[in-house]
Write a protein that binds this ligand. Structure first.
Ligand code: CTP
Ligand code: ZN
Length: 159
């Protein structure tokens, strides 16, 4: 860990560190995880610190929280370079890089108003297929609409 980061925020005892988030995206990561700060969990957010790999990066540390698979998939869409570190008793017990799944079900909605998933009927789970990683594009399996990165981000963050 670099000195400037160490000065900003200390190590955590138990929880999750989401590292190597592209600079400027830490708040989106908190938003998609639904963390508001009112849960009472200890949360540290570090923005725009130096990173060997990325130039600059953000870091989110959340004590006590363990991420579910859907959370990790959502993070991969917003922060494809992110590393998820699980911390137990101050030690990194697991480190993994996120990866964008080839298929995603039910994580965000298709924005095509004519899509069958947006018709008033029995609820239908959204389904998307990865068509491009950079720039991120995912195609709705029902109507063929291709969601751009910005559209996916807006769906995930409700902004
Ligand atoms: N971390 C933490 N609390 C701990 C242990 C680690 O907050 N008790 C944080 C570190 O500050 C770092 C991340 O978890 O942001 C990963 O820790 P570590 O693997 O020790 O750091 P690096 O080797 O620099 O990780 P990488 O190789 O993934 O860059
Ligand atoms: Zn659709």
């Amino acid at each position: 860990m670099r000195r400037d980061e160490r000065l900003l925020v200390s190590k955590i005892q138990d929880g999750t560190v989401i590292d190597h988030i592209p600079a400027g995206n830490a708040l989106y990561v908190l938003k998609i995880l639904g963390i508001t700060g009112r849960e009472g969990l200890r949360v540290a957010v570090v923005m725009n610190v130096e990173s060997k790999k990325l130039g600059k990066k953000d870091i989110v540390k959340i004590e006590k929280l363990e991420l579910k698979k859907d959370d990790v998939n959502k993070i991969s869409l917003i922060a494809p370079t992110a590393t998820i570190n699980i911390i137990r008793n101050y030690k990194v017990v697991s480190k993994s890089k996120v990866s964008v799944p080839e298929r995603i079900e039910g994580l965000f909605s298709c924005i095509n108003p004519r899509c069958i998933t947006n018709q008033p009927r029995e609820p239908l789970k959204s389904k998307f297929r990865l068509v491009s990683l950079s720039p991120l594009k995912m195609q709705c399996e029902y109507c063929g609409y291709i969601m751009s990165h910005d559209e996916i981000l807006r769906q995930l963050t409700g902004g």
